[in-house]
Design a protein around this ligand. Structure first.
Ligand SMILES: [Zn+2]
Ligand SMILES: [Zn+2]
Length: 323
């Protein structure tokens, strides 16, 4: 094994809606002069994140056939092996996990698969944390806790949305779970590139201390079965007022159970693409420029959460179509 030939890999994780795609876009648009390959895994069959990732020179590989930490490790190994055939043209690989992924089995891939282990090197696990919601997420989802526990760097994001006392409390909670990670406070994931990439920070000894069976067989874990995903597509343009009314009320009344919502929307009164991103009751919407030539102008929305079947989502979405 010649260590100089190992391509560094950054695993980018963080719970639903924390800002992983924002960070990824920041990395890809910066004038860094490096060549990265990006592997994106998404929860939900309707791939939206890939459209939200900026058009960059980098190659983006989608893994949408399941969860990266459970069923699609074979896919991950296959993509990595393919990339290794032209490793000399690559400076680094970035793997973005779903918000519900446990980083342990993903990190394990870089040690237990011989081929992958000899050609790549886990540089760091970077976890984006939502300053508003992390506290509640830690209490409810073991994945959120694992993401913090495994982090070499925590980007404590959305700091502009909480007050100083609350921010300190969240940071204290992170420290309790993981005293070793570097914590960087950000808004909109505005972090220096060299504070998240090329760190040589992943430390197997530290991981073995809190997870002694890390390298043994398959890390057993289960996802919260009551969390599901549902998505809709509409070829008919939507009415912006109807949508705002329906969606606003939906988040207000059912936001507790809607962990994540996002979509790309085609409204009847504009030529711009609209993007919205929600986490529980908080919602962010913006335009994303004109629709790309030759691409279908359809609206796609995804919801991730509990009890989604009881919310009348399909009927609600259908009712937003422009007459
Ligand atoms: Zn999984
Ligand atoms: Zn686990």
């Amino acid at each position: 094994m010649v260590s100089t030939e190992q391509v560094p890999v950054t695993v980018l994780t963080g719970f639903l809606g924390a800002g992983k795609t924002t960070l990824l876009n920041r990395i890809l648009t910066e004038q860094h002069g490096h060549r990265y390959a990006v592997i994106v895994n998404e929860f939900g069959e309707e791939g939206i994140d890939n459209d939200l990732v900026v058009d960059a020179d980098e190659e983006v590989f989608e893994m949408n056939n399941g969860c990266i930490c459970c069923t699609v490790r074979g896919d991950l190994i296959r993509i990595l092996s393919g990339l290794m055939k032209r490793a000399d043209k690559l400076d680094a690989i970035i793997v973005e996990t779903t918000g519900l992924a446990d980083p342990a089995p993903v990190a394990q891939t870089f040690f237990v698969d011989d081929d992958v282990a000899s050609r790549t090197k886990l540089d760091a696990i970077v976890t984006v944390a939502d300053a508003v919601h992390l506290d509640a997420q830690l209490g409810e989802h073991h994945e959120a806790e694992e993401q913090i526990a495994f982090a070499d760097v925590v980007l404590l994001n959305k700091t502009d949305l909480v007050d100083a006392a609350r921010l300190d409390a969240v940071e204290t909670r992170i420290r309790k779970i993981n005293p070793y990670s570097k914590i960087i406070r950000t808004t909109h994931c505005e972090a220096e590139l060299n504070s998240v990439l090329g760190l040589d920070a992943f430390n197997l000894d530290r991981v073995m201390e809190f997870e002694p069976d890390f390298l043994e067989s398959d890390h057993a874990h289960e996802h919260d079965d009551d969390i599901t995903s549902i998505s809709f597509v509409s070829e008919t343009p939507l009415d912006i007022e109807k949508f705002q009314k329906w969606f606003g009320k939906l988040l207000q009344t059912r936001g507790q159970d809607i962990l994540r919502s996002k979509g790309i929307l085609n409204f009847s009164n504009t030529n711009d693409r609209y993007v919205f991103q929600g986490v529980h009751m908080l919602m962010d919407a913006s335009t994303m420029g004109a629709w790309p030539e030759g691409q279908p102008r359809n609206s796609r929305v995804v919801f991730i959460g509990r009890n989604l079947d009881s919310m009348g989502l399909k009927e609600g979405f259908e009712s937003c179509k422009a007459a």
